[in-house]
Write a protein that binds this ligand. Sequence first.
Ligand SMILES: [Zn+2]
Length: 99
Amino acid sequence: MRERPPHLTGPAIPDVPTGTLLRLAPGEWSHCHAVPAGSRLDVTVSRVHRNVVRRDEAGLWVWVVGHEHPACGWAHVERHPPCRQLMVRVDVLARAVAS
Ligand SMILES: [Zn+2]
């Protein structure tokens, strides 16, 4: 069963496997304080918080935690907890899972 808040009628939030690479254009992500708004942002997904969603005129957004790509994957970087937290548009997640 998908977790899905009953008041939402938009697209279902896709299952995003850990390690999925999101290549985010400006406007496809928000609320990542470590990165200037309007930048491109590549993130490797650790977890999608499917139960924390928000809707605005751009669509449905969900919180994602993960790592910066490719910097966090470099061999000399020690394993560490997810260092990026941001909101990503649900249709962008669906696109990433489908590709
Ligand atoms: Zn990281």
